[in-house]
Design a protein around this ligand. Structure first.
Ligand code: MRU
Length: 296
């Protein structure tokens, strides 16, 4: 699915590494877990046509196509480790990663639903999310939206607030479409409204995904996440991060060491613009991080 075209459904075929690097940079495929699987499949593609230094260069280019979402480099490294076994072994490694991502998202959804019920009580919840951490950002189910889906399956979602997510509108173009497809009541708000919706008492909990989680629990996610964490802390409601273990990067000690992707100014406006794609929420503002293995 070409995610730049959503809500229009357009599919695209990627047949070489150049095409995949371009698709990743343009957000045709996006979302940390989906990037991990795409990167791994990219190595499988490269392994069929390249070898030697050209194959190494292709893997390096894939891993570096976007810098903040650590899953991309993790996915490339996973598939790359299988290169000595030949192209079929690389493809098998990539497909295993895909299957692990599906299982992880379902586990995160259930664990996150349990946690939010424990934190907020056994009633339908008003949830707030940012960007898109749903099925399209993963392989299926989703991370933050996986939690919403699992709660919805239990009849425990009253309403979801989805920030529209400037500048590329992943919230209004993708999250809102996913929520509509599964029949969850929701409204899109402009990003500037997010904190005040929380301050007005209209939200019970915030649940977001992550692109990289540092060893100390600092969380990088789509720009505009940090203000929600500040607002949630001020309002005394939970701010929960849902992500697979593959998003946790022990090699990054804290948020200050996470590279923040700077995107082109013309995504924002025709004039000069500063376009950081992610922000970092310090761990003291995070109520809990939910992975497929633990809550921390
Ligand atoms: O720039 P994007 O659209 O790739 O940013 C995506 C996000 O910030 C998501 O919240 C994150 O990758 C988690 S996806 C399960």
């Amino acid at each position: 699915v070409d995610q730049t075209a959503l809500p229009a459904l357009r599919t695209t075929a990627v047949t070489d590494v150049d095409g995949l690097v371009d698709a990743i940079r343009r957000l045709v495929v996006r979302g940390a877990p989906a990037l991990g699987v795409a990167g791994a499949l990219g190595v499988a593609l490269a392994a069929r046509t390249l070898d030697g230094p050209a194959l190494d260069t292709a893997c390096d280019r894939l891993a570096a196509a976007r810098p903040t979402a650590v899953n991309l480099a993790v996915g490339v490294a996973r598939a790359r480790a299988a290169l000595p076994g030949g192209p079929d072994a690389v493809l098998a490694a990539a497909l295993a990663l895909r299957d692990e991502d599906i299982a992880a998202c379902h586990a995160i959804g259930d664990r996150g639903a349990d946690l939010l019920t424990a934190l907020c009580g056994e009633r339908p919840l008003r949830l707030h999310t940012h960007c898109n951490a749903g099925a399209l950002a993963c392989v299926e189910w989703g991370t933050a939206l996986g939690v919403v889906r699992s709660l919805h399956a239990r009849g425990r979602v009253a309403h979801v607030v989805a920030d529209e997510t400037r500048p590329l509108l992943q919230g209004s173009r993708i999250t809102a479409v996913e929520l509509a497809a599964i029949g969850v009541a929701h409204h899109v708000v402009v990003d500037g409204a997010g904190a005040s919706v929380i301050a007005r008492g209209l939200v019970d909990a915030v649940v977001v995904g992550a692109d990289r989680i540092a060893a100390d629990g600092d969380v990088a996610n789509k720009i505009g996440t940090y203000p929600l964490a500040l607002a949630a802390a001020r309002a005394g409601i939970p701010f929960v991060v849902a992500a697979p273990e593959s998003t946790v990067d022990p090699a990054t000690p804290d948020g200050a060491h996470i590279e923040i992707e700077e995107r082109a100014a013309d995504e924002v406006c025709d004039g000069p613009a500063w376009n950081p794609a992610f922000d970092v929420t310090p761990h003291d503002l995070v109520t809990a991080i939910v992975t497929e293995r633990r809550v921390w």
